[in-house]
Design a protein around this ligand. Structure first.
Ligand SMILES: Cc1cc2nc3c(=O)[nH]c(=O)nc-3n(C[C@H](O)[C@H](O)[C@H](O)COP(=O)(O)OP(=O)(O)OC[C@H]3O[C@@H](n4cnc5c(N)ncnc54)[C@H](O)[C@@H]3O)c2cc1C
Length: 368
């Protein structure tokens, strides 16, 4: 009988690991959703109705041999997982890949929102934006800036204001990348207000057309017809809070060793946003970590000692499109040192399709 691998969380890392091990082990992928969400395309999906369904890839076509169980895991022990509702799934190897939560529209409203409902929410948001003449975006991280870029491309005359307490955009990236980003934001007439925040949150629901005025902590008044929150990612590790398997870090992440095992367990792995690694919480790194878990589980399956070690990233990389025509990037250059990516590369590698083609491939059965 094949060994059983339970992969908890069907995001960037979890689906990669489940697909790779499918057939070599009895794979069970567990997720409350019915579809993988390529969150890289969420912002365009909230703005353009023709994109509303594109972030979602049904789990139906991921595995040829294994199965997908729809539901949330509520507890984990080294022999298996407990499901909401009390069911239990036993496993020889367990991969925890439950990622993070984020405010809507960066991610669907609830953890178990179906792809159909999530697409309808995005279409409704686009309609709310269509009625608006001005938008306030809270947060100047990549998510907030991308949203500003998408809105500008769809509505050239919309007044766009971004407010954030940080002193600059993209801290930690090359000065020339940040200068170019600031230049493009100015060209796009996106009013970026840093070093400030709102004295109190807008008095109306986010993502809905409803005019309001707010005051910043530096005393400025900002009026807008709609607003979005684009900060506040949180690791999805509530199911480990009982401390039975492991004590979470202060950041609510999972301590792992250099094989990506949850510390103290050679059959339980943690990967992606929940792993307590110095890597930025990005899909890029979740998918760079995943092969270490795949290789180490393969060694277990062959009866060998897992030896693959993960070295966290030492350089920052990013592709940040501002709509389909703008954006900046930082990637390793020929010598491996970080370099500013030309606009054409940002558009070709991400801006055009926001990685949709890549996931269409992952979610297609190889034998069909
Ligand atoms: C708007 C936006 C755009 C982004 N764009 C980029 C980008 O362009 N490039 C990049 O590198 N990074 C990007 N990121 C960051 C990236 O999305 C995350 O780093 C990435 O999703 C982490 O992948 P993961 O595999 O750890 O988990 P996730 O992809 O978050 O997947 C976790 C899965 O676990 C499931 N889950 C949660 N709790 C449970 C539970 N209790 N039981 C079972 N399943 C559970 C969830 O439903 C989800 O399907 C973006 C983030 C946002 C919000």
């Amino acid at each position: 009988m094949n060994a059983r691998v339970a992969v908890v969380g069907g995001g960037y890392a979890g689906t990669m690991i489940a697909k790779e091990l499918d057939g070599e082990a009895d794979v069970i992928l567990i997720d409350p959703r019915d579809a993988f969400v390529n969150v890289s395309s969420s912002m365009r999906a909230a703005v353009r109705t023709e994109w509303a369904s594109r972030p979602f890839f049904s789990y139906d076509a991921l595995l040829e041999h294994g199965r997908v169980v729809r539901g949330a895991v509520t507890a984990v022990d080294p022999a298996g997982v407990t499901m909401a509702g009390g069911g239990r799934i036993e496993a020889d190897y367990i991969v925890l890949a439950t990622g993070s939560s984020h405010s809507y529209p960066a991610r669907p409203r609830e953890l178990n929102t179906s792809a159909a409902d999530a697409a309808n929410d995005l279409i409704a948001t686009s309609a709310q934006l269509e009625r608006s003449g001005s938008v306030l975006i809270l947060g100047a991280g990549a998510v907030g800036l991308e949203l500003g870029g998408e809105i500008r491309e769809a509505w050239p005359s919309m007044r766009i204001t971004i407010v954030a307490p940080s002193s600059d955009i993209l801290p930690g990236y090359l000065p020339e990348v940040r200068d170019e980003l600031r230049r493009q934001l100015q060209e796009l007439r996106i009013d970026l207000r840093l070093n400030t925040s709102l004295a109190s949150m807008p008095p109306v629901e986010d993502g809905r057309h409803s005019s309001f005025t707010v005051t910043t902590t530096t005393g400025e008044e900002i009026g807008a017809d709609i607003w979005f929150r684009t900060f506040g990612a949180r690791p999805n590790t509530g199911y480990l809070e009982d401390g039975n398997l492991i004590t979470l870090t202060d950041r609510r992440t999972v301590p792992v060793d250099n094989h990506l095992n949850v510390v103290g367990y050679d059959n339980v792995y943690a990967v992606g946003d929940i792993a307590d690694l110095t890597d930025s919480k990005m899909a890029t790194w979740a998918q760079t970590q995943a092969p270490t878990v795949i290789e180490n589980i393969r060694s277990h399956l062959r009866g060998e000692r897992p030896e693959r070690v993960y070295e966290p990233a030492t350089t920052a990389r990013i592709l940040l499109p501002l709509g389909t025509r703008g954006g900046v990037g930082q990637l390793p250059g020929h010598d491996g040192a970080p370099a500013s990516a030309p606009l054409e590369a940002v558009i070709a590698r991400k801006g055009n399709d926001l990685f949709t083609a890549r996931f269409a491939e992952r979610f297609t059965r190889t034998s069909s």
